[in-house]
Design a protein around this ligand. Structure first.
Ligand code: CA
Length: 220
């Protein structure tokens, strides 16, 4: 899951980026509103954490322009502006949730899990295709009677597939969801992660469609 963090405060940005990486997200961090809008036009992120008071372009303006393009990705506003009017404005412009600084990082992570699963059409906390399930809070994966803990990147891989059971994801699409801008991706990195998940849960869990990519079955 690839997250765009938009935050001009270096200390808050560093703390949030580190916590997100520890929680198995791929994170790209921009520090002004213009860079945020340009990055969002590319469309490589699955969720946005958006500060409102930003140099270049105000966060509310970034949000308004994003929604005008029809983009539906989840946006959580994180801001020191705690007036009721600002909160209402943010939500009316298409924010999915709102956190007022200073916030607890665990609460931020819980809210992210909630907006991300709603975006995927899943109301339940577990991601599942009817046989394989994944708990985004603990990173535990289950298949039949096997329960294992996945590494951060194995989790990111299986999460990407389980958010769209029955849909083939290409190597490039998987890499985009697992790695951020500054991370070097070895050519066989995806194969290595798939091998790791299959070894822990069973070879049948992730299917390969030769020349196309990988998927998990849609069973439920
Ligand atoms: Ca700010």
């Amino acid at each position: 899951m690839r997250i765009l963090l938009v935050e001009d405060d270096p200390m808050i940005g560093e703390a949030v980026a580190t916590a997100l990486k520890d929680a198995a997200y791929a994170v790209d961090w921009v520090r002004d509103g213009m860079a945020a809008s340009h990055t969002l036009e590319v469309g490589e992120h699955q969720a946005v954490l958006l500060d409102l008071g930003l140099p270049g372009r105000d966060g509310l303006d970034v949000l308004r322009r994003l929604r005008q393009t029809g983009a539906s990705l989840p946006v959580i506003v994180i801001t020191a502006r705690d007036s009721v009017e600002d909160r209402i404005k943010g939500l009316d412009l298409g924010a999915d949730d709102y956190l007022v600084k200073p916030f607890d990082i665990d609460e931020l992570l819980a809210r992210m899990r909630a907006v991300i699963r709603r975006e995927g059409g899943h109301a339940a906390p577990l991601l599942s295709n009817g046989r394989v399930s994944l708990d985004p809070a603990s990173r535990e994966a289950r298949c039949d009677d096997v329960a294992v803990l996945l590494s951060a990147r194995e989790f990111a891989l299986l999460q990407a597939l389980l958010l769209r059971p029955g849909t083939i994801l290409t190597r490039a699409e998987l890499e985009e969801r697992i790695y951020g801008w500054n991370e070097e991706v070895e050519s066989n990195a995806v194969d290595f992660l798939i091998h790791g998940v299959r070894r822990k849960l069973g070879a049948h869990v992730i299917k390969n469609v030769r020349g196309a990519g990988w998927l998990v079955d849609k069973l439920a």
